[in-house]
Design a protein around this ligand. Sequence first.
Ligand SMILES: [Zn+2]
Ligand SMILES: [Zn+2]
Ligand SMILES: [Zn+2]
Length: 490
Amino acid sequence: MTIGEMENVEVFTAEGKGRGLKATKEFWAADIIFAERAYSAVVFDSLVNVVCHTCFKRQEKLHRCGQCKFAHYCDRTCQKDAWLNHKNECSAIKRYGKVPNENIRLAARIMWRVEREGSGLTEGCLVSVDDLQNHVEHFGEEEQKELRLDVDTFLQYWPPQNQQFSMQYISHIFGVINCNGFTLSDQRGLQAVGVGVFPNLALVNHDCWPNCTVIFNNGNHEAVKSMFHTQMRIELRALGKISEGEELTVSYIDFLNISEERKKQLKRQYYFDCTCEHCKKGLKDDLFLGVKDDPKPSQEVVKEMIQFSKDTLEKIDKARSEGLYHEVVKLCRECLQKQEPVFADTNIYMLRLLSIVSEVLSYLQAFEEASHYARRMVDGYMKLYHPNNAQLGMAIMRAGLTNWHAGNIEVGHGMICKAYAILLVTHGPSHPITKDLEAMRMQTEMELRMFRQNEFMYHKMREAALNNQPMQVMAEPSNEPAPALFHKKQ
Ligand SMILES: [Zn+2]
Ligand SMILES: [Zn+2]
Ligand SMILES: [Zn+2]
């Protein structure tokens, strides 16, 4: 697949949704429908010193741009790749005397590119930046205020010798960033590190149960021969069979919520009313709010339990943001115990707690207890998510790791295999996370063989291994569970 080739799709008018993209041929699970480089992209303000400004990988050691001392790169290749886009930025930062925020930096990068290439269609783009939606007319008062502030700052930052754009055009660009920004993550997919605009991707409409997923790939320069180097890009990948002429869709938000809440979120963040099958028919809502069958709790009890769970989740958020992880665990345990006789195993209020408690306990290295919660979480998720959902794959991977660390080698290996199968579809075999998973799969397979041959020896070996090397500690739980695909203010 060559980046920027768009012969697999065509633009059409989707009923009631404006423009959309449809397939011009048949696709199967894991097929890449298209790959696209960012029109423009920037690293988040808080990470400018630890993430490469070209490929968005997190690196220990980065080279700094000698002139502005702001931009950072992995190596010469990344620095050379960046120059065309950084040249104007570099002198603007020097002139302005400071670095404006990520929003302003991204708008300026887009406009330098427009200045360079003109505002019409650029190569490999099915739509121009001018033609992307901005939804400025839907902005509320608060958003309007922020927009005016951004435009003001932009005008101070933008050099007088460059092409001058109208206020209306500048507002349009900020609107485009606001509703089409896509989150870029580091090479392990653990952290959101930047935001970019991908015009072709912006044409793909939302569906809560989509037929595609989009994944960010940082590319790689490790091969000795530069002809094998790959560049950062997004890939639109098929989740199952797609027929010729079928509309291509992705999900802008996480599926795990009742349709009413998903619709509210989409309206608030993306300004449209979702009319997908799952929202129209409220599919899976009964599972999301599932309660025990025998004995069935009264409606009153269910209502109270939902309220109690919401209150507890708020307390948990607060404790987690303060780093009070033992408090988080205590709150989760208590709430889960109360939920037990009321909620079924697919209830989202239960699953949210299971996800938090297993993550935090793993971080605290209490793998044994974490592994039980992680297993219950995966059982629930598998009844709710599309079988090839990327979030499902990542959750099973984490649960598999937890079980492996807890010494549940059979369960751990099974989960790692399952996660690997999903990520082959959603991320592809060359993605660093998939490669990590493949290594884990081989390691756990070997351990499992040993376990089956001689359980006693296996445990001896494990003990020795654990005593000799410090256990690999999981990343500290953050307040945002996993980077959301699309870059939106909450
Ligand atoms: Zn780089
Ligand atoms: Zn510079
Ligand atoms: Zn929907």
